[in-house]
Design a protein around this ligand. Structure first.
Ligand SMILES: Nc1ncnc2c1ncn2[C@@H]1O[C@H](COP(=O)(O)OP(=O)(O)OP(=O)(O)O)[C@@H](O)[C@H]1O
Ligand code: SF4
Ligand SMILES: [Mg+2]
Length: 356
């Protein structure tokens, strides 16, 4: 698929069945802890098209990695899925406490590049053996030579030197290590790659090289789409077609990267953006202001809108009633203020009670 077509699909308003890569509906997952449950993903629905990069951003602890674990079917106790449904590339799966996802999904349909993946490589295992172990975990009968040959071909295809197969992790630079781990996590050509903070430990030039490699993998359909989880909104401005902003286990707002960055509708998105960057005139990295207060406990989240204790636009209704989803699956903000002020940017609201 060409870059041009990827972009067209990513921004067109018309969604056909064949465009759809991911429909995740009503995902709810909780950690069992002493004294109760931490519901870290609460009724989250996501919609993605083929060839898209969907960025997921939000403060630490808002549930990004938990969402990644649910989508990639890699969750382990004490994390459990309560409910939800996945449809990836036309394949449907019901999720729930008693559902066992088919093994064939992991790696082939969905694959996770976990947070901190490159640092979890064993220092005593060569890259070739790591690749073999990964492939063998999905295809138990695979021959070692075949697995290594497949890895070599993929590395070369993506302009990475074959000699890295003989290296131990410490012999690779951070950027190269992350690219190699990314290549290995996509050897089975997953339709959906969930990349959790893939660029966080990299310098700017290594970030750019990794992003270019992901774009190439998308344009060649080695992968069908990427969920790119990060704290780093300037990186999402470069890599993402669309962005979902998470707050306290829920999606506060979703839209095209351009809309979210230039025209946010949710006060939390506006606050998050103003805390890391100034969108205009150019995407300058300027730390402007933090968001007052702290995210709530997910064991006992506040009633009504979860952002209400920190929101400068809070109204009485926000304290009592969960906010409506204003918009459609592709572009919405869950917010009473957004409902009453259609199309407006909360950061430009002159009557706000205090800086959001
Ligand atoms: N093993 C666990 N047991 C109990 N609670 C957990 C566990 N792991 C995570 N949590 C809680 O679940 C919530 C979501 O965590 P998660 O790691 O998904 O957040 P995150 O958005 O990925 O954060 P970060 O940006 O720091 O990576 C947090 O409140 C966290 O404390
Ligand atoms: S629903 Fe109310 S409290 Fe929540 S973000 Fe919107 S205005 Fe703020
Ligand atoms: Mg995380």
């Amino acid at each position: 698929m060409s870059e041009r077509i990827v972009k067209r699909n990513a921004t067109s308003d018309v969604l056909t069945t064949t465009d759809s890569l991911l429909r995740a509906t009503g995902l709810t997952a909780a950690y069992t802890v002493d004294g109760g449950e931490v519901v870290a993903v609460d009724d989250v629905s996501i919609d993605m098209r083929r060839g898209e990069v969907l960025g997921v951003a939000g403060e630490s602890g808002c549930g990004k990695s938990t969402l990644g674990a649910v989508l990639s079917l890699t969750l382990r106790p004490p994390l459990f899925v309560r409910s939800g449904e996945l449809e990836v590339d036309g394949r449907r799966l019901d999720l729930g406490p008693h559902q066992k996802p088919p093994r064939s999904w992991r790696g082939e349909v969905v694959s996770l590049l976990p947070q901190g993946a490159m640092n979890s490589l064993s220092p005593t295992v060569r890259i070739r053996d790591f690749a073999y172990d990964v492939i063998r975990a999905h295809q138990s009968g695979v021959r070692r030579d075949d697995a290594i040959e497949r890895t070599r071909q993929r590395l070369e295809h993506l302009d990475l030197p074959r000699r890295v197969l003989d290296y131990y992790p410490h012999q690779l630079s951070g950027g190269m290590k992350q690219r190699v781990v990314t290549v290995i996590s996509t050897l089975l050509n997953p339709r959906l790659l969930i990349a959790d903070e893939p660029t966080s430990a990299l310098d700017v030039s290594s970030q750019r090289v990794l992003i270019e490699m992901l774009k190439e993998m998308l344009s060649e359909e080695i992968i069908g789409g990427v969920i790119f989880i990060t704290h780093d909104l300037p990186v999402l401005n470069i890599v993402a077609d669309r962005i979902a902003i998470m707050y306290a286990g829920q999606i506060a707002e979703v839209g095209t990267a351009r809309d979210i960055i230039n025209q946010p509708r949710h006060p939390y998105s506006a606050a998050l953006l103003s805390s890391v960057l100034v969108p205009e005139p150019a995407m300058r990295r300027t730390r402007v202001q933090g968001i007052p207060g702290a995210p709530p406990s997910l064991m006992h989240p506040p009633g009504g809108c979860r952002f209400h204790p920190r929101c400068g636009l809070v109204m009485d209704v926000c304290r009592d009633q969960a906010p409506p989803k204003v918009g459609d699956e592709r572009r919405f903000a869950s917010c009473w203020w957004a409902e009453q002020n259609p199309g407006q940017n909360p950061s430009q609201n002159p009557s706000r009670a205090r800086e959001v």
